[in-house]
Design a protein around this ligand. Structure first.
Ligand code: SF4
Length: 333
């Protein structure tokens, strides 16, 4: 509305433009037919609509399968997003950064280094890309793609509010998941946002020494401090935290490690998602058996911690957790 006033336009134009963007998923200003031509031209000079071409698209075989799209950003950098359909609804996994600083040992996103944060417009643009393809906003949006959302906190939170806006894309807050490798200041800030979004925290180890090896971020935000922050978050917001734990054969998948995890999480209002490692070429770890995952679930169950083994989808097209990686448009795709 401020912009409309600045351009000498009536305030209702703001609503018209908003609807073109978030109801009709317009890809450019010239598509906004009920907006005067001069205003469209002015907008075009000053802004761009989040519309990024897919330079590569891969879909697993079979009906209702996971698809991965490589989107080209204006500076020739690319981000990967993933569509995960289930029961007639689609979960969209979005990226928050080009690359990642945190270099978790088993994650391809960190291996290519960090390039830059995505802008709010670019993050919303990922969701708009999905909305155009699907003909409707995705049912769930998870920030589990490339990058650490809390390392790009302001842009991510602004994007979350736009994605959640009831007059816009209207993805329910509880259908939006922010996933962090354990950035404590981000967890603390989120308490004050008064948003009903889901928080997911990656642990991947039940002791600090191993966690530091798998996730170097643990040297900055140690496990004990992280769990204290999580406990405080759960108490202050009344919301349940999801802990992600990727099982790696003979690394973090023993019964003793499961019992230690149960002791650590016992007092936190939480659930645990267990994932079987999705292999990446640069990491020597291997995937444990389903029996090992079941043993882990049983140990947590006995400690009254809700745990499930999450089926990681998209492994055949390198679209599963930890398999998204930084690429530029100019490299051989
Ligand atoms: S797991 Fe997340 S935080 Fe760790 S390197 Fe990958 S994208 Fe970054």
């Amino acid at each position: 509305m401020r912009l409309c006033a600045e351009l000498g336009q009536p305030s209702y134009r703001a609503g018209q433009i908003w609807r073109w963007l978030y109801h009709h998923y317009a890809e450019n200003f010239s598509a906004m037919k009920n907006i005067p031509g001069q205003l469209r031209a002015d907008l075009d000079k000053r802004f761009s609509v989040g519309s990024f071409p897919a330079v590569k698209e891969q879909t697993e075989s079979g009906a209702g399968s996971t698809s991965k799209f490589l989107l080209k950003l204006p500076d020739e950098e690319c981000v990967e997003i993933v569509f995960i359909p289930a029961k007639g609804k689609t979960t969209l996994c979005v990226s928050s950064q080009v690359g990642c600083k945190y270099k978790c040992a088993f994650c391809a996103s960190g291996m290519g280094g960090f390039k830059r944060n995505l802008s709010t417009g670019e993050i919303v643009g990922e969701v708009l890309f999905a909305a155009r393809r699907l003909g409707a906003a995705p049912a769930h949006v998870v920030f589990m793609g490339m990058g650490e959302p809390f390392d790009n906190y302001d842009n991510v939170l602004k994007a979350v509010r736009i994605i959640n806006d009831a007059e816009g894309l209207s993805v329910g807050a509880r259908k939006i998941t922010l996933s962090t490798c354990g950035i404590i200041p981000g967890i603390k800030r989120l308490v004050d946002e008064k948003l009903q979004v889901e928080l997911s925290v990656s642990l991947h180890a039940s002791d600090g020494a191993l966690r530091s090896k798998l996730m170097p971020v643990n040297k900055i935000y140690p496990l004990a401090d992280l769990l204290a922050a999580c406990r405080q978050y759960a108490e202050q917001t009344g919301r349940i935290i999801t802990f992600e734990y990727t099982l790696i054969k003979n690394v973090n998948d023993s019964k003793a490690q499961a019992e230690q995890l149960a002791r650590l999480l016992g007092k936190i209002h939480s659930r645990v998602n267990l994932l079987l490692l999705s292999p990446v070429a640069e990491f020597a770890g291997t995937t444990p058996s389903p029996e090992t995952a079941k043993m882990f679930v049983d140990v947590l169950d006995r400690a009254r911690i809700n745990a499930t083994v999450r089926v990681s989808k998209g492994g055949n097209i390198n679209a599963a957790c930890g398999q998204l990686r930084r690429r530029t448009f100019t490299e051989n795709l």
